[in-house]
Structure formats: structure tokens, C-alpha cells
Design a binder for this molecule. Structure first.
Ligand SMILES: Cc1cc2nc3c(=O)[nH]c(=O)nc-3n(C[C@H](O)[C@H](O)[C@H](O)COP(=O)(O)O)c2cc1C
Length: 202
């Protein structure tokens, strides 16, 4: 089984992070998380993996603050986003919100998650499960950015398309993050028979 780095961004679908973390572990994967600041509005990092004193387990969940500790950098100190890249066999960004999708397409690296993406060894797979409001999903920028990411990653990209649902904002339409079993299947690179090819190696 794989060493899976789970990237979490600021979509409301980040509320499922504890479930996805558990599902990935149950599937036999070793899992670490890198979460954006916005993602932490939707789940409590310490509730997923904590130390004996109830603090967030920094070995399992990385936040942006961890990249910039209080002590000054000394040559030889580990560079966290590179360490995470070295550790992981596979990078799963789920949910990937509109903001981070745009940053990936442009190569922007203003947080730990996007630094991992930019520093990624592109012979290894990246699973991206977008989640956003329907009109955000349908905005021309989305298709343009996905095309750019597909061109950049080639066969390393496994896009898990969003599904139609009543969204948290009460709109009904495509944009909800795919079901968790589809994301797990994408890690195995095996589309579920029921998804009709929803998992798309691009
Ligand atoms: C309650 C709430 C729900 C949100 N849900 C989404 C969402 O599902 N998809 C999305 O693309 N952005 C959503 N956003 C906006 C992002 O959180 C915002 O663009 C943020 O800057 C993303 O930062 P990040 O990409 O660094 O995580 C939501 C914002 C709020 C306040």
C-alpha cells in the first residue's frame, strides 16, 4: 500500500477530512495531511491525530505555520514541503477548492500545500478532487486551469470529477466533491464500475 499525502483546502467538503483520513488508513495506506489555513475552518486537526497531551500531531498533520517555526532557519534544517514530497508516493488533493486549483495551474507556491505540488516528482501520481459551487465549476477558468494542469502533469494526473448534489450553499448542481470511495479507487487507479469513468487518468 502507498504513503499517501492528503492535501486539504478550504472547501466545505473539508468537513469530511476525518472520514477520508480514516478510509485511507482502512484501505491500508500510510497517511499524512497537509492542510491550508482555510481548510482548518472546516475540521479540527487535533481531532484526527493528536499527541498524548491532546495537541495536534505535527508528524501527521502539517499546517502552514509549521513551515515557518519561531526559531531562525539554519542550514541543514529540513525544508518541510520537500520532506513531505520525499516521503509521499502519492499526493491526493481532496477537496481541491477553486482558489488552490487556480494556484496549481499557475504554479503559485504561497503555502505548504502548493509548494509540495510545485516540488512534486511528476513521475508519481497526483489525485485531484475538485469541490466548489456549481457556477464556480462551470466558470471558463475551471476548464482552462484543468487543461493546464493536465498538460503539466500528463499521465500523473488522476482527476476525480465533482458530482451533482444539493450543495452546502443550497444550490443544486455539479460541484460537490466525489464520494470518498471514488477517491480511494483513484489511488488504486481503478475506476469504480458504478462511476462510469468518473475517475479520469488524463
Ligand atoms: C463557508 C465557506 C465555504 C466555502 N466553500 C468553498 C468550496 O466548497 N469550494 C471553493 O472553491 N471555495 C470555497 N470557499 C472559499 C475558499 O475557502 C476561499 O477561496 C479560500 O481562500 C481558499 O483558500 P485555500 O485554497 O488556500 O484553502 C468557501 C468559503 C467559506 C467561507
Amino acid at each position: 500500500m502507498a504513503k499517501v499525502l492528503l492535501g486539504v483546502t478550504g472547501s466545505v467538503a473539508a468537513i469530511y477530512t476525518p472520514n477520508l483520513f480514516n478510509d485511507l488508513q482502512s484501505a491500508g495506506h500510510e497517511v499524512r495531511i497537509v492542510a491550508t489555513t482555510a481548510a482548518c475552518y472546516f475540521f479540527e486537526p487535533a481531532s484526527i491525530a493528536s499527541t498524548s497531551t491532546g495537541e495536534r500531531n505535527k508528524n501527521l498533520i502539517t499546517l502552514d505555520a509549521d513551515e515557518w517555526p519561531d526559531t531562525r532557519y539554519q542550514r541543514g534544517d529540513p525544508v518541510l514541503h520537500i520532506e513531505l514530497r520525499r516521503w509521499a508516493d502519492l499526493f491526493v488533493i481532496a477537496p481541491c477548492d477553486a482558489n488552490t486549483l487556480a494556484k496549481l495551474a499557475l504554479g503559485i507556491t504561497d503555502n505548504c500545500l502548493t509548494c509540495v505540488y510545485r516540488a512534486w516528482d511528476r513521475t508519481r501520481p497526483i489525485v485531484i478532487a475538485p469541490a466548489m459551487n456549481t457556477l464556480m465549476w462551470e466558470h471558463p477558468a475551471t476548464a482552462r486551469q484543468l487543461a493546464q494542469i493536465a498538460a503539466d502533469l500528463g499521465t500523473s494526473l488522476r482527476l476525480v470529477a465533482p458530482i451533482e448534489k444539493k450543495l452546502a450553499c443550497d444550490d443544486i448542481g455539479v460541484g460537490a466533491m466525489a464520494e470518498r470511495d471514488e477517491i480511494i479507487a483513484a489511488i488504486r487507479n481503478q475506476p469504480l464500475p458504478s462511476t462510469n469513468g468518473n475517475v479520469r487518468p488524463v
